[in-house]
Write a protein that binds this ligand. Structure first.
Ligand SMILES: [Zn+2]
Ligand SMILES: [Zn+2]
Length: 169
């Protein structure tokens, strides 16, 4: 591994809390995808990742690509699949990566990405940019809540937990 990759790998371990096989796969997926899309670590939103699971691998993907929940350019689909889609907003190019069937990998890091990954076109359009929404105070708990999450119930503006409580009362 190159020095800059080694540093990034150390960062991934630090972020994730332990070193494991899932983290290695995620790291390999992310570095491979960025190479394919011709992109450096995302400074803002030019890179978007859709992950179809919430396993250890996703932590490495966040560190390597810079796609994070907080920035809104990491999108989680709860499909339970080891499938990852990445888009470069600047070029409009996208890539969908899954693990090739029947591959026996001894050392993920030294393996050739083309040998272990199935690469295809994304199945969906590039997701919209994360938008800043205004915040509305919940009529019950008073906490500011993003307006798109507010429920209107019996003339009140309710945040999701207060709404869930109200409808079961
Ligand atoms: Zn792990
Ligand atoms: Zn509330």
């Amino acid at each position: 591994m190159e020095d800059k990759d080694l540093t990034l790998w150390q960062d991934a371990i630090k972020f994730h809390g332990h070193e494991c096989g899932g983290l290695k796969w995620g790291f390999k997926v992310a570095t491979f995808a960025m190479e394919k899309l011709g992109i450096d670590r995302s400074s803002d939103e030019e890179l978007v990742a859709i992950v179809e699971n919430d396993s250890c691998a996703v932590d490495a993907i966040q560190v390597v690509t810079g796609c994070t929940f907080g920035k809104g350019n990491l999108i989680f689909k709860d499909y339970g699949k080891h499938v990852y889609t990445f888009y470069n907003r600047n070029t409009g190019k996208g890539i969908r990566i899954s693990r090739k069937k029947g591959t026996n990998v001894e050392d993920i890091f030294s393996a050739n990405g083309e040998d272990i990954f199935e690469v295809s076109e994304p199945q969906e359009q590039i997701p919209n940019m994360a938008r800043i929404h205004k915040s509305i105070d919940c009529s019950k708990c008073g906490e500011g809540t993003m307006e798109t999450r507010i429920h209107i119930f019996k003339g009140q503006f309710l945040c999701p937990p207060c709404y869930n409580k109200a409808i079961t009362e």
